[in-house]
Design a protein around this ligand. Sequence first.
Ligand code: ZN
Length: 315
Amino acid sequence: MPQEIDILVSEVGPRDGLQSIKRIMDTQDKLNWIKALAASGIQEIEVGSFVSPRLLPQMADCAKLVSETNKIDNLMVLALVPNLKGAELAVAAGARKLTIPPSASHAHSIKNIGKTPAEAIEEVHRICKFRDNLPVKQRPDIEVGISTAFGCTLEGTVSEDWVIEMAGLLARAGADSIGLSDTTGYANPAQIKRMFRRLRSEIGDEKMGGAHLHNTRGQGLANVVAAIEVDVSTFDSSLGGLGGCPYAPGATGNIVTEDLVFMLEAMGLNTGIDLDALIASREVLLRGLPDEVLYGNVPEVGLPKGFTYAAKRNS
Ligand code: ZN
């Protein structure tokens, strides 16, 4: 049984973080890292992506990672799938939850997957039909995160009306949950509040997904607080902000899991995660990727004196 928590921290480092790193991390090193993350209390981890290994050699071991990490107790394993073929491979590997990233930006969508947003929504529909035809026990949960929902490096401003309309279309296509992704680090807290409010009124509580935020412009944690204020309860982040941002030196990629967990716990929100164990898992990651640059303030300076976990304070 998963522990009672207030906020689900979904670790995406093994996918989003590693995706932008050229040198290939060994499968066993990835497994050791994922196990260390799970042992710290992380309850959901995106372990990889079922894309063509020709395009992304780093993700070639995704099937093996899914089947191995499925054996870890109290862990929901997520796999990214860009299309139906990826979904078929993921299900064959035993994936119980899939995440699909259609893009709201036309230019980004074409560049990324060679499909228009409308075609990408149709692909989500196909994946949902494929799921519906599987035996009940094999049916994965299907999460969708709308990419470039807050702006796009190619197109600039992305229409907020269109993002919300797209969420409605994806809900009708059969997705179980729909969240919003700040793929490019463009979002600000006011926009986050407005968009997640609109998302909820469009798709309802039941299909509300989480926030996938990048810290490219330093707005990451401010955006988390804004999202919490409108009752978003799932956040993606990566250990050490792995992946960085090649266009903004010093800026992390995804928001840093260690800093996120610290902030949530300090605010009295239970994550179920042990910060010492989480910070120690950086060493396990570095064993697989020696000398990789990791970010994060809390791992740098440590926990404040007298720090108490939310669960302890609330009990
Ligand atoms: Zn991302």
